[in-house]
Design a protein around this ligand. Sequence first.
Ligand SMILES: *[C@@H]1O[C@H](CO)[C@@H](O)[C@H](O)[C@H]1NC(C)=O
Ligand SMILES: *[C@@H]1O[C@H](CO)[C@@H](O)[C@H](O)[C@H]1NC(C)=O
Length: 174
Amino acid sequence: MKAALILLSALLTAANACTLDGCDHPDCGGCGGACCKLAITINESTESVMNKLNASIASGGPDGLYTGMMTAEGTLTFGDLRAYDKQIDFIGQAEHLTINGLYTDTVNFALAPLSDTSTEVKAFSISQIAGAYCDDGQNYLNILQLVQGVKWVDGDLELDQVSHLDDSCPEPTE
Ligand SMILES: *[C@@H]1O[C@H](CO)[C@@H](O)[C@H](O)[C@H]1NC(C)=O
Ligand SMILES: *[C@@H]1O[C@H](CO)[C@@H](O)[C@H](O)[C@H]1NC(C)=O
């Protein structure tokens, strides 16, 4: 019994790959499995936001662990929907590998114009592996560190630019 508990504890520790600052919004089963869904407002055009996120992901992102995915539109990482008269201008996807190299998560982006100079980034990160109930804050970190790593015209991202769209990756309670 004791050995089984120690083994279980080792397994749970191994699954907790998020060990950095910013791993403070853990999710447990927010989407059936672990996920994080956020809306982030940036005072720049959708094209400017897309170009900056796209360039960051192309270089691996702030931690070098992001990889752009080929979109249904046929361009890497972000597809351009502006010709199709949709509510969003750009759609994108990247994968993120955890720092221990064990887990891959999918991060999706939809960029909607709030005005000509303001964009809502809807961002969604989900743990790919089956059975990831809790993520130790990884999915929130996948979104936040990428958006915080970009040089925005208004300067550093403020937390009041970030809002929750559902009950995933809730604010830390102390
Ligand atoms: C995003 O960047 C890639 C290069 O990594 C480029 O091929 C692609 O066209 C860009 N997407 C858009 C919508 O500009
Ligand atoms: C974005 O623009 C709005 C309206 O001009 C302003 O109230 C807000 O402070 C700006 N946000 C940032 C992060 O500068």
